[in-house]
Design a protein around this ligand. Structure first.
Ligand SMILES: [Fe+2]
Ligand SMILES: [Fe+2]
Length: 290
């Protein structure tokens, strides 16, 4: 007996197919707690003990279920507002909530989509923890929006967020390179500036929420780097060269300095991974950042 109500990949699939934001995050947190309890109780000690019962298999949707609102638009059509104004602060928080909900789905998707690649249990522990934290982040930011008399869904949101997942749906190394090691690392670069905006606005609850997010996102980038290096080792690939090739292949945005070198280093992302890509950005830029 694993102590799980269903295999982990099926839990992941359930979360991906839940549309409402608060319902999605509640289910994500419940399933994460179930996994952690089973692991802590020593009921799951090897992904191979009974692979079909522990990890199982799923056919995750091409696009995760999402609520009817927010309306998804091309980012060029989402009006920009000054961050010094209250509407600007709400718009910024709304964009963060959208990123967090997308991140919940991204972390469950890596669990559900790549079950044909045998991975150590630590891989699942890490992404379950990351998915649980994203669910918490979405709830925290939604609470902040509601405290400002708004809510997730009140404004339009970026339509291209799932692009990175689609592009890397059949390549786990590409997924690790683009999602945690490019997109989530970008979060480390921009979050301190956001924290400053809300400090200036005197919104202390929002500052506290963003500080939780900032601290925990370092871990997500680190999980990406850890499992990227693990898989490169398995296939005898050079991690740096492989990272460069995969980002060039799959990522359609720009790697924009300034980089948060301190936090990137803490997350196991050395400068020679990202700087060479930043230098060549003008030639590669084909679309909008994911
Ligand atoms: Fe997050
Ligand atoms: Fe994250």
């Amino acid at each position: 007996m694993t102590g799980l109500s269903k295999p982990l990949a099926q839990m992941a699939d359930d979360v991906l197919r839940t549309a409402d934001g608060r319902e999605k995050t509640a289910l994500a947190r419940r399933y994460a707690a179930e996994w952690v309890a089973a692991r802590d109780a020593g009921r799951i000690t090897s992904p191979l003990q009974d692979r079909s019962a522990v990890i199982g298999q799923a056919t995750p949707p091409d696009f995760p279920a999402r609520p009817e609102k927010p309306e998804l638009k091309n980012p060029r059509d989402v009006p920009r507002r000054r961050p010094g104004s209250r509407p600007g602060q709400i718009a910024l928080l709304h964009a963060v909530a959208h990123i967090e909900l997308n991140a919940v789905d991204l972390h469950w998707d890596i669990i559900a989509r790549f079950t044909d690649t045998p991975m150590p249990l630590g891989f699942y522990d890490d992404w379950v923890k990351a998915a649980d934290e994203e669910a918490k982040h979405f709830n925290l930011v939604s609470d902040c929006l509601e405290a400002l008399d708004s809510h997730y869904g009140a404004l339009a949101a970026h339509a291209g967020m799932w692009r990175a997942a689609e592009d890397t749906a059949s390549d786990i190394l590409g997924r690790l390179a683009v999602v945690p090691m490019v997109l989530e690392a970008r979060g480390l670069d921009v979050t301190p500036g956001m924290i400053d905006i809300f400090k200036k606005a005197g919104l202390t609850d929002t500052v506290a929420a963003l500080e939780v997010i900032y601290a925990e996102e370092v871990g997500h980038v680190a999980y990406g780097s850890k499992w990227f290096h693990f898989l490169c080792g398995r296939h005898e690939l050079d991690p740096k060269d492989t990272f460069h090739a995969l980002v060039r292949q799959y990522f359609h945005g720009a790697l924009k300095p300034p980089f948060n070198e301190e936090k990137r280093a803490e997350a196991g992302l050395p400068p020679d991974f990202y700087w060479p890509l930043a230098d060549e950005t003008p030639d590669r830029q084909r679309g909008t950042p994911g």
